[in-house]
Design a protein around this ligand. Structure first.
Ligand code: ATP
Ligand code: MG
Length: 231
């Protein structure tokens, strides 16, 4: 479904991505792990066309490197950036509406799915999104991405800074996304959720992939965890 080969990206003269290779199958949940600053978010942005990618990126068999980010989204990739980007003066429902590809046209996901999964958002559906807590804004950003009915969703650190109860709700949403056959690229720093839900995991070192394997293989590989994940 997604194939990335020898991906490079720069900020000015800094060579951040130095040949990233990864692939995600249809409906597959794949995690991208690594310490702060290794280039996980830059990988997401390069796939989405938000930083200029160099290398091969194909989605559903077609090259997408060089397309605009709205074209990439339209091709079926949803993206939830690490900095939540809600519209504070619009209501919760209006924020969700902005995620639809065409007004009033729903795919796998409806507003009611959001309100069922996240009752807090349901209760505040007609309130300005600016009154939501940081964690709730994060939920809203994820749900808005789903409104566009993506076949792959890239989610950058969805549990960062969340209270344990909200982390549980995010885990439930990830499960539900997977059950509907939508592939996930989950960027995380913590191992817990990633090990539980992923079929495969990649670990990133400085600008490239240093490990690829199943949760069982990563659990068994203390050397990789020690060198690239633990602080
Ligand atoms: N807009 C930018 N301009 C210049 N350098 C940047 C920019 N964004 C990120 N960098 C640098 O690129 C490197 C990779 O950043 P990236 O955001 O991809 O890291 P990350 O793995 O997502 O980690 P974290 O989310 O914990 O910061 C870092 O050294 C960072 O300082
Ligand atoms: Mg990041």
């Amino acid at each position: 479904m997604l194939e990335v080969r020898d991906l490079h990206a720069y900020y000015g003269k800094s060579h951040i991505l130095q040949g990233v290779d990864l692939r995600i199958g249809e409906g597959e949940i794949v995690s991208l792990l690594g310490r702060n600053g290794v280039g996980r978010s830059t990988t997401c942005k390069a796939i989405m066309g938000l930083v200029p990618p160099q290398g091969m990126i194909a989605f559903k068999g077609k090259p997408i490197a060089g397309l605009r980010s709205d074209q990439i989204a339209h091709a079926g990739i949803g993206y939830v950036p690490e900095d939540r980007q809600i519209f504070p003066t619009l209501t919760v429902r209006q924020n969700l509406e902005l995620g639809l590809k065409r007004s009033g046209v729903f795919g796998r996901w409806t507003f009611d799915d959001t309100f069922r999964l996240f009752p807090n958002l349901g209760e505040r559906r007609d309130n300005p999104a600016g009154v939501l807590s940081g964690g709730e804004q994060q939920m809203l950003t994820m749900c808005r991405a789903l409104m566009g009915d993506p076949d792959l969703v890239i989610i950058d650190e969805p549990t960062e800074g969340l209270a344990p109860k909200l982390v549980e709700q995010v885990a439930r949403l990830l499960d539900e996304i997977a059950h509907r056959g939508v592939a996930i690229l989950l960027v995380e720093q913590k191992l817990t959720i990633a090990l539980k839900i992923s079929r495969r995991l990649y670990v990133m070192g400085h600008g490239h992939i240093v490990f690829e394997g199943t949760p069982a293989e990563l659990s068994a590989n203390a050397a990789v965890r020690k060198e690239w994940l633990e602080v």
